[in-house]
Design a protein around this ligand. Structure first.
Ligand SMILES: O=C(O)CCC(=O)C(=O)O
Ligand SMILES: [Fe+2]
Length: 308
């Protein structure tokens, strides 16, 4: 519990154990906050559905990332979700203590940094509240009891990045691709999310009431690499705490994942073998940070993919 950054951050300078190796440091923080990440207005689908679908496909092929506006989720629901999560992180430590756990198998838990605080080489400037949402009737009983409004919001991962004494030396979240199908992120008003595209980092501009959508590894595999699972990371800032809420859409751990048959043929053979999602997840978490290595054991060698 003492490990949570929000427990101690404003009492001391950046501890050495949070300093990233030079090649992964954010360094200069004036990353262009791109208008380049596509913004898709879902409201347009009511008038021209096929054009909206094309926009989503194009963004998923080129960037693996886009923002959606006019999505139909009310401003009130978005604000309530963000407020209740911010309220959760602001609660006194004693109120949150029962949720703190370093056991990754716990269905609802509060923890810090990244996957394994005990074994990681250096730490990240982030506290996390994570829980499952499906099946809702079972999961909701395990969600935080306080703030009492909490269970009216539905979410899976809430990231909290307290103000940081030196944002140029540390990261909130290291470079990664999400393992699941699609992630929908409410990133609030504070800049911090960056996407790696064509060898450089691009900032994802916080837009009012927008949701950031990104393609995960599962969908990259199902689409046989037609859609891109983009690498991204979160940087911190020294002025304000940043809180984000991510809904991770995923198939069940027992599902078989493989390239869709309708997208493969003799000219475009499957690039991945079939596997159970849980097999992928355990390998992914052991390879955290190296996107291509995480996919390696699931790739088919070219000649084998032609035969199958
Ligand atoms: O907090 C953010 O801006 C990014 C979060 C994210 O990428 C994740 O939780 O996988
Ligand atoms: Fe992510």
């Amino acid at each position: 519990m003492e490990r949570l950054v929000s427990n101690w951050y404003n009492h001391r300078p950046l501890p050495e154990s949070y300093i990233c190796p030079p090649e992964t440091r954010p360094g200069k923080l004036s990353i262009p906050s791109g208008d380049t990440i596509p913004v898709v207005s879902l409201g347009e689908a009511l008038i021209n559905r096929s054009n909206t679908i094309l926009n989503v496909l194009r963004a998923s092929q080129e960037f693996g990332f886009f923002q959606v506006v006019n999505h139909g989720v009310s401003e009130k629901v978005l604000n309530d979700t963000m407020n209740v999560v911010e309220e959760f992180f602001k609660m006194p430590m004693e109120e949150k203590a029962s949720l703190y756990s370093e056991d990754p198998n716990k269905v609802c838990r509060l923890y810090t940094s990244n996957i394994n605080y005990g074994t990681e080489k250096y730490h990240f400037w982030r506290d996390i509240l994570k829980h499952h949402c499906h099946p809702l009737d079972d999961c909701i009983k395990l969600w935080p009891q306080k703030p009492t409004r909490y269970s009216e919001a539905m979410l899976l991962v809430a990231n909290h990045y307290p103000p940081c004494p030196d944002p140029s030396l540390t990261l909130g979240l290291p470079k990664h691709c999400d393992p699941n199908l699609i992630t929908i992120l409410l990133q609030g008003h504070t800049f911090g999310l960056q996407v790696f595209k064509d060898g450089q980092w691009i900032g994802v501009q916080p837009l009012p009431n927008a949701l950031v959508v990104n393609i995960g590894h599962q969908l990259r595999i199902v689409s046989n690499n037609k859609l891109k699972s983009a690498e991204h990371r979160a940087v911190t800032n020294s002025k304000v705490a940043r809180t984000t809420v991510g809904l991770f859409i995923s198939s069940s751990e027992d599902s078989i994942i493989e390239p869709a048959k309708s997208l493969t043929n003799a000219a475009q053979p499957p690039l991945y073998r079939a596997f159970r999602y849980k097999e992928f997840l355990s390998y992914y978490f052991s390879m955290m940070g190296d996107t291509e290595l995480a996919l390696q054991p699931f790739k088919l060698p070219f000649n084998q993919s032609v035969i199958s």
